[in-house]
Design a protein around this ligand. Structure first.
Ligand SMILES: *[C@@H]1O[C@H](CO)[C@@H](O)[C@H](O)[C@H]1NC(C)=O
Ligand SMILES: *[C@@H]1O[C@H](CO)[C@@H](O)[C@H](O)[C@H]1NC(C)=O
Ligand SMILES: *[C@@H]1O[C@H](CO)[C@@H](O)[C@H](O)[C@H]1NC(C)=O
Length: 217
C-alpha cells in the first residue's frame, strides 16, 4: 500500500461520479426524445383498421338444384385503437386470379366475382366479422364462366387468389365526433377459393392479413 493512495482514490471517485451524472443525463435525454417521437407518431398516424380473411379461404358450395354455386367470405375487421371507434362503409370485395392485376382501375369488370359485405361498426379494441356470400349462376355478368365451371362442375380448390377490398373508413373520436372519412383499399393474398368450411381445405389454415399494397409478387 502507498501513502498517497488516499488522494488517488478521491480523484477517481469524483471522476466516477461525473461520469455517472453524464450517463444519467444522457439516459433522461434519450427517454424524453423517445416520448416525444412516440406521441408524434400517435398524433400523426392514427392506427388504422386491420382486415383479414378468416382461414384465408373463400368457401364454395355447388348447388345442383339451382345450378348455382355459393361463395362465402368472412372478412374480420379489428380496431387496434383504444380511443377511436371505426366504421367501415360501402365495402366491395373483388376476387382476382393470379393473372389479373388487382390494382386495375376497373375492378368490377376485371374481377372473377365481387361481394358487398354489410357496413361494420367496430368498437375500440374489438373485432367484427363481416360475413357475406353470393350465389352465382352460370351468367357471365355475375361470375367469370371459366371459374364457375371449375367450382361448380369440378368442385376444385383454386390457389393463389387475391381479394381486393375497397371501402370508406370513418374514424369517430371521443364518442360523438366523426373525424375522417378515407377511401381505403386493402389487398388480401394468397387465398384459396373452394372447398367447404370445416372440411379438408380449412384444416390448419391461418387467417390471411390484408395490407394496403400488393407487395412483391
Ligand atoms: C361506394 O363505393 C363505390 C364503389 O367502390 C364508389 O363508386 C362510390 O363512390 C362509393 N360511395 C360513397 C358514398 O363513398
Ligand atoms: C375468365 O378468367 C380467365 C382466366 O383469368 C380469363 O382468361 C378470361 O378472359 C375470363 N373471362 C371473362 C369473360 O372475363
Ligand atoms: C359517424 O359515422 C357513422 C357512419 O356513417 C354514423 O353511423 C355515426 O352516427 C356518425 N357519428 C356521428 C357522431 O356523427
Amino acid at each position: 500500500m502507498r501513502a498517497d493512495g488516499d488522494d488517488d482514490g478521491k480523484t477517481s471517485a469524483f471522476r466516477c461520479l461525473d461520469a455517472a451524472r453524464y450517463t444519467v443525463a444522457a439516459v433522461v435525454t434519450v427517454l424524453i426524445v423517445a416520448v416525444v417521437v412516440t406521441s408524434l407518431k400517435v398524433v400523426l398516424r392514427p392506427e388504422s383498421l386491420r382486415l383479414s380473411v378468416v382461414d384465408g379461404v373463400v368457401y364454395s358450395t355447388p348447388l345442383p338444384a339451382s345450378e348455382a354455386v355459393t361463395l362465402q367470405l368472412n372478412l374480420r375487421a379489428e380496431n387496434p385503437s383504444g380511443r377511436a371507434r371505426m366504421y367501415f362503409l360501402n365495402v366491395t370485395a373483388y376476387l382476382f386470379d393470379g393473372a389479373t392485376p388487382a390494382s386495375t382501375p376497373t375492378p368490377d369488370e376485371d374481377c372473377i366475382i365481387f361481394f358487398n359485405p354489410t357496413d361494420g361498426a367496430v368498437r375500440q379494441e374489438m373485432a367484427v366479422d363481416l360475413m357475406t356470400s353470393v350465389e352465382a349462376t352460370n351468367d357471365p355478368g355475375v361470375m367469370n364462366q371459366t371459374y364457375f365451371e371449375l367450382l361448380y362442375a369440378d368442385g376444385r380448390v383454386i390457389g393463389d387468389m387475391t381479394l381486393r377490398v375497397d371501402g370508406s373508413l370513418v374514424t369517430e373520436v371521443s364518442s360523438g365526433f366523426n373525424m375522417t372519412r378515407l377511401q381505403v383499399t386493402y389487398y388480401c393474398r394468397p387465398l384459396l377459393v373452394g372447398g367447404s368450411k370445416g372440411g379438408k381445405v380449412s384444416m390448419g389454415r391461418k387467417d390471411v392479413l390484408c395490407t394496403d399494397n400488393l407487395g412483391s409478387q
